[in-house]
Design a binder for this molecule. Structure first.
Ligand code: AHR
Length: 506
C-alpha cells in the first residue's frame, strides 16, 4: 500500500530561522589550518583564506558559524590569538592533544566571516576561563572604543566593533572529557554570573531589541547519566538571562551491532524525542519560575560521526588529520533525516550548527595544497538551506514503521516547507525502506501547484563515498518533475534507500 503524506498550508509548525542552517568551526585537526586557512595554497587570498573552501561554504549556504570550539574552547585563552602573528604563543591544546600555533584567532575569524558573509557565534571558555575572561573578550569584540580591550582591537586593525550577537556560555560542561567540567549546579552558577555581567556590559536585557543572544550549555548527549536533570538545574540558574539552551547529538553506524542498519536509520526519530524532552524541560522551568520569558533550542552540534573509528593521527603536532569522516550514502540518509527533524521542530529549534564545516566531521574535505571536495552530506544540506525556508508545515503520514534500538521509526521520513515570498512548497523525503515506495503527496491550500524540480540521491552501494580521486561518485540526479492532479496531489515513486527533494511553485 502506498504511503500518504498530507500537509495543509494552515498547519504551520513555525517560522524557519535562517540560523537553522548554521555550522561549526573548531580549532581541531585540519578544520582551521589547511581547512579555511592555508597561506600559500594556490587559491588563498592575501589573508591566507582558501578561495576554493570559501566558494564551497557559500554553495553550502551557511549563514552562521560557531567558533572556536567545542572542547578546544575550554582550555583556550583568546588573548593568545590576537596581535602580531610573529609574537603569538604556540600552546599545547589538551582537548585534542595537538599543538595550537595561534596563527588564526578572533580577528582572523571575523575577517573570514566578513568575506564569507557569515554571522559569527562565539563561545566563551567556561573551563579554565573565568567570567572576567569572558567579559574581556566581549569588550574586545563589541565595545566601540575608549576601553583597554576595545582600543586593543582597534590597534590590531579592526576599527569598528564586531557587534557579535550570539554567545555560547561554554561548551559541553557536563562531559568528563571537558577541561574543568562542572556539576550542573556549579556550571549553572558560573554561567549565571557570567551572563549577568554580559547583560550589564551589553546594557540590554534578554529579549530586548538589539540585545545579544546567550546560549547556556544543555546536555551534551542523551547518553550522559546527568541527562536531562542537568538541563533542568542549569535552566533554573539561568532562565531569565538565557535565550537558548544548547543540544548536541551525533549518531553513528556500528556495523558490529545486532541490527546495525535499522539502528542507524532510526536516528532521526530518536533526535525528535530528544528535542521534545528538552522542550518539556524548558516549559517545566518556565512554569516553575512563573516566567513569561521564552527560551529556545540551539542545536549547535549535530551530525553523523563514527566515534569508534580508530585514531591514527600523531599527538602533539599542528593540524593533525583528526576525525575526518569520509561520509557514505548510508550516512547521507541519516543526515538528511536529522535535517528533517530540525525542520519539523522549527518552532523551538531556532539555531542549529552542522558540526563541523571543513575536514573535521564535515561536508567539505580538503587536501593540503590541493583540492576541496563535497562529501555526500553536502547535498541534503545545500538543498535544504537553499529551499527549506519560510515556514515548516506539519505533516500527517501513513508511513510504515521499522524497529530500531530507539524504538519504532518511520520508513518514509519527510519535511515540508513553504516559502510564501517565493511561492514555493518543498518536500524533503528519505526512504529508509529496502523497496521502492509509491508516495502520494496531498499538499492542500497552497494554490495551484506545479512541480519544478525533482532531485534524488540513491545508490545500491551504501558504502559509496566521494573521494579526491572520485569527487562526484555521489551527487544529486535530476528526475522528471512529477505531475500534479487537482493542483495539490502528486504521486512520487521513491527509490529504496534514497534521499529526494521536490520543489513545487504556485
Ligand atoms: O565536534 C567535535 C566535538 O564534539 C566538540 O569539540 C565537542 O563539543 C563535542 O563533543
Amino acid at each position: 500500500m502506498a504511503t500518504r503524506i498530507f500537509a495543509d498550508k494552515n498547519m504551520k509548525i513555525g517560522g524557519i530561522s535562517p540560523e537553522l542552517y548554521g555550522s561549526f568551526l573548531e580549532h581541531l585537526g585540519r578544520a582551521v589550518y589547511e581547512g579555511v586557512y592555508e597561506p600559500g595554497h594556490p587559491t588563498a587570498d592575501k589573508d591566507g583564506f582558501r578561495g576554493d573552501v570559501l566558494a564551497l561554504v557559500r554553495e553550502l549556504g551557511v549563514p552562521l558559524v560557531r567558533y572556536p570550539g567545542g572542547n578546544f574552547v575550554s582550555g583556550y585563552d583568546w588573548k593568545d590569538g590576537i596581535g602580531k602573528k610573529s609574537e603569538r604563543k604556540v600552546r599545547p591544546d589538551l582537548a585534542w592533544a595537538s599543538v595550537e600555533p595561534n596563527e588564526f584567532g578572533i580577528d582572523e575569524f571575523m575577517k573570514w566571516c566578513k568575506k564569507a558573509e557569515i554571522q559569527p557565534m562565539l563561545a566563551f571558555n567556561m573551563g579554565t576561563g573565568t567570567p572576567k575572561d569572558a567579559l574581556e573578550l566581549f569588550e574586545y569584540c563589541n565595545y566601540p572604543s575608549g576601553t583597554y580591550y576595545s582600543d586593543l582591537r582597534r590597534k590590531n586593525g579592526a576599527g569598528s566593533p564586531y557587534g557579535i550577537k550570539y554567545w555560547c556560555i561554554g561548551n559541553e560542561m557536563d562531559g568528563e572529557w571537558q577541561i574543568c567540567n562542572l556539576t550542573a549546579d556549579d556550571y549553572g552558577k558560573k554561567a549565571g554570573q557570567t551572563m549577568r555581567m554580559i547583560r550589564k556590559a551589553d546594557a540590554k536585557g534578554a529579549g530586548e531589541e538589539g540585545a545579544v543572544k546567550l546560549v547556556v550549555c544543555g546536555s551534551s548527549s542523551v547518553e550522559i547519566p546527568t541527562y536531562p536533570e542537568w538541563d533542568r538545574v542549569v535552566l533554573e540558574h539561568t532562565y531569565e538571562d538565557a535565550d537558548f539552551i544548547s543540544m548536541h547529538r551525533y549518531y553513528e553506524y556500528m556495523p558490529s551491532g545486532k541490527n546495525p542498519l535499522e539502528d542507524f536509520l532510526g536516528s532521526a526519530d530518536d533526535m525528535a524525542e530528544f528535542i521534545e524532552t528538552i522542550r518539556a524541560t524548558i516549559r517545566y522551568v518556565r512554569a516553575k519560575k512563573r516566567s513569561r520569558h521564552n527560551v529556545f533550542i540551539s542545536f549547535d552540534e549535530w551530525n553523523v560521526w563514527s566515534q569508534h573509528a580508530k585514531r591514527t593521527a600523531p599527538n602533539w603536532v599542528k593540524a593533525p588529520h583528526l576525525i575526518e569522516d569520509n561520509y557514505t550514502v548510508r550516512d547521507l540518509l541519516v543526515f538528511a533525516g536529522m535535517l528533517n527533524t530540525l525542520l519539523n521542530h522549527a518552532d523551538v529549534v531556532k539555531v542549529a550548527c552542522l558540526a563541523q564545516l571543513v575536514n573535521v566531521i564535515a561536508p567539505i574535505l580538503t587536501e593540503k595544497g590541493g583540492a576541496a571536495i563535497r562529501q555526500t552530506i553536502f547535498y541534503p544540506f545545500s538543498y535544504a538551506s537553499a529551499h527549506g525556508r519560510g515556514e515548516a508545515i506539519r505533516t500527517i503520514s501513513s508511513s510504515g514503521k521499522f524497529d530500531s534500538r530507539y524504538g519504532s521509526a518511520r520508513l518514509i521520513n519527510e519535511a515540508v516547507t513553504h516559502d510564501a515570498a517565493k511561492r514555493e512548497v518543498c518536500v524533503f523525503l528519505v526512504n529508509y525502506g529496502q523497496s521502492a515506495e509509491e508516495t502520494e503527496l496531498e499538499l492542500r491550500s497552497f494554490g495551484e501547484l506545479s512541480c519544478r524540480e525533482f532531485v534524488c540521491i540513491e545508490n545500491n552501494d551504501l558504502d559509496l563515498r566521494n573521494t579526491f580521486s572520485a569527487p562526484d561518485a555521489v551527487k544529486p540526479e535530476h528526475r522528471e518533475p512529477v505531475s500534479v492532479k487537482d493542483g495539490c496531489r502528486a504521486c512520487v515513486r521513491v527509490s529504496p534507500m534514497s534521499w529526494n527533494f521536490l520543489r513545487f511553485t504556485y
